[in-house]
Design a protein around this ligand. Structure first.
Ligand code: B12
Ligand code: SF4
Length: 470
């Protein structure tokens, strides 16, 4: 059987603000995971429109398309085209799970939730000639899943070919996050067996790994055994976790010993009112600066995530946030305009209040205001968000935050990482065009090499209260 797997490009890929490098980071891991259930005799073609021109002139028997919110319209167009040609088209992913009724007219079969149990079930039915229209995932396990078909991934087109997920979901319930909606009807947080996770790591060449798990430290027992097992592997890795998990116990030290060098942390907001609106209870009354200092003392760089536009935000929130990030030597920052994704609790409450301004999903890229704001006007929010990016990544701020680390090595790493990420677009574009992105991996690995800072009262010069307590 001829099988085509497609990750259509997100709408923002056509925007003048599109940074090609941002979409050439990670390969389509979800589709490569599903491909593992196909038969070795199947002829498989996996295409990622972010890094290649789609070939739509072929004639596959089965087409799988992964649907995110801002590629949904494009995904539907591709699906319609293949169905007209007689292919059997199936759709799944976050957006299909949020809005199955919207997706259904464009597919022969749709899937809600993770695919590890439903896709093999579908394949059996499909082969028997009795596929259903909808498959809902309810059994959630990562045990006995076949090894991801990484051979289908065109590694040289990605900066970070070694992306990996060893858990699914998250133990928390933030109102703006897709997580509860996506995992509805079954477990919302579960892990691989540690040995399976270690075996998957062993299969990855080179040193660098990027864990795409929502919260790698979410299950302390699992994470402890994982880090224990990784100790001798000489890996360097990046991951995501909460403020709370950085502050609790000594898991973060174990992670650092196993090779953790950079962490994505969801600070989101400093306002307790906003945290309550976002149901981000795990951040309430947590000392953000203490978390930052602890990570820096372990030589771990920080990618801070911040959301603008929650109801308690005022016009000063942008400057306050940027100043905090710079003064606390956050290496990179990801700012988002609050976006009520369909299916989330935030969306439901905004819809009830009549605050959803558009249902054009192409605009739901966290760079645009799609809801009725309260504390700020939509223009203030958009302008403040744009300003925050410009200001945080100005050379003066990059220098300022880099040189506030104690260790020279950490200063240089910060400078290279933040400057390299945001300031060398033509170089990135050249590397993408010439298919040489993967040659940057050794440089990334050396930037992520070990550094140990002295424990001092670093960053006591914050402009705003050290914690998010009122
Ligand atoms: C990698 C990643 C990206 C990549 C995506 C491209 C790629 N190459 O994969 C890039 C960098 C482009 C990206 C961009 C953004 N992202 Co992102 N990203 C992720 C991340 C970290 C990992 C995705 C992943 O690989 N998961 C692991 C695999 C195994 O799972 P999966 O892809 O979901 O696939 C499974 C199922 O969905 C299902 N499935 C999927 N497709 C199909 C198809 C069929 C036919 C079937 C049967 C099943 C099926 O089966 C798979 C196996 O279970 C997730 C968080 C997460 N942990 O999932 C966030 C996440 C998806 N991103 C998110 C966000 C907010 C963004 C941005 C808006 C951020 C920004 N401000 O720029 C943008 C734009 C996204 C958009 N507009 O929709 C949000 C939600 C987005 C949404 N609701 O659509 C997430 C969930 C993070 C979070 N917790 O908030 N992202
Ligand atoms: S902690 Fe992160 S992944 Fe977990 S529910 Fe909140 S936003 Fe989602």
């Amino acid at each position: 059987m001829k099988v085509k797997l497609i990750l259509p490009a997100l709408a923002e890929a056509e925007s003048p603000f599109w940074r090609p490098i941002k979409y050439s980071l990670f390969p389509p891991l979800g589709l490569a995971t599903l491909a593992a259930y196909l038969s070795p005799d199947d002829e498989i073609d996996l295409q990622d429109q972010h890094v290649e021109v789609l070939n739509l002139d072929d004639a596959p028997d089965l087409v799988l398309i992964q649907v995110y919110i801002t590629n949904a319209y494009r995904a539907y167009r591709i699906a319609d085209q293949y169905r007209q040609k007689g292919a059997y088209v199936i759709l799944g992913g976050l957006h299909v799970t949020s809005l199955p009724d919207e997706a259904l007219p464009h597919a022969d079969t749709i899937f809600t939730g993770p695919g590890e149990e439903t896709f093999p079930r579908f394949l059996e039915d499909f082969k028997k000639g009795v596929p259903k229209m909808i498959y809902h995932s309810s059994i959630r396990t990562l045990q006995k899943i076949p090894p991801i078909r990484r051979d289908l991934i065109k590694r040289n087109r990605y900066l970070v070919p070694n992306s990996i997920v060893v858990t699914r979901g998250c133990p928390h319930h933030c109102a703006f996050c897709y997580k509860d909606a996506f995992f509805e009807g079954g477990k919302g947080f579960y892990t691989q067996l540690v040995d399976d996770a270690l075996a998957e790591i062993e299969r990855l060449p080179g040193r660098h790994l990027y864990f795409l798990d929502d919260h790698l430290l979410g299950n302390a027992k699992f994470a402890t055994s994982l880090f224990e097992g990784m100790k001798g592997m000489n890996r360097v890795f990046q991951a995501a976790a909460t403020v709370d998990s950085v502050l609790r116990g000594d898991l973060i030290e174990k992670a650092a010993r196993a090779g953790l060098r950079s962490l994505f942390v969801g600070f989101e907001t400093f306002s307790p009112e906003n945290l309550k609106q976002g149901n981000k209870k795990q951040n309430l009354e947590k000392d953000y600066v203490q978390a930052v200092n602890r990570l820096h003392s372990l030589g771990i760089m920080i990618n801070g995530s911040f959301v603008f536009g929650l109801d308690d935000d005022d016009r000063d929130v942008f400057k306050r946030t940027v100043d905090w990030g710079v003064n606390n030597a956050i290496t990179t920052a990801t700012f988002h305009i609050l976006t009520p994704y369909p299916g989330t609790r935030l969306y439901k409450s905004m819809e009830q209040q009549g605050r959803i301004l558009t249902k054009n999903w192409d605009q739901y890229d966290t760079r645009q205001v799609v809801y009725q704001t309260t504390g700020l006007t939509a223009a203030e929010l958009k302008d403040g968000y744009d300003w925050a990016y410009q200001s945080f990544y100005s050379w003066s701020n990059i220098f300022k935050s880099s040189f506030s680390h104690n260790a020279l090595k950490h200063q240089l790493k910060h400078l290279l990482y933040a400057g390299g990420w945001k300031k060398f677009e033509p170089l990135w574009n050249f590397l993408i065009k010439t298919r040489n992105l993967n040659h940057m991996l050794p440089l990334l690995e050396s930037i992520l090499s070990k550094v140990k800072e002295k424990k001092t009262d670093l960053h006591t010069h914050v402009h705003i209260p050290a914690t998010n307590k009122a």
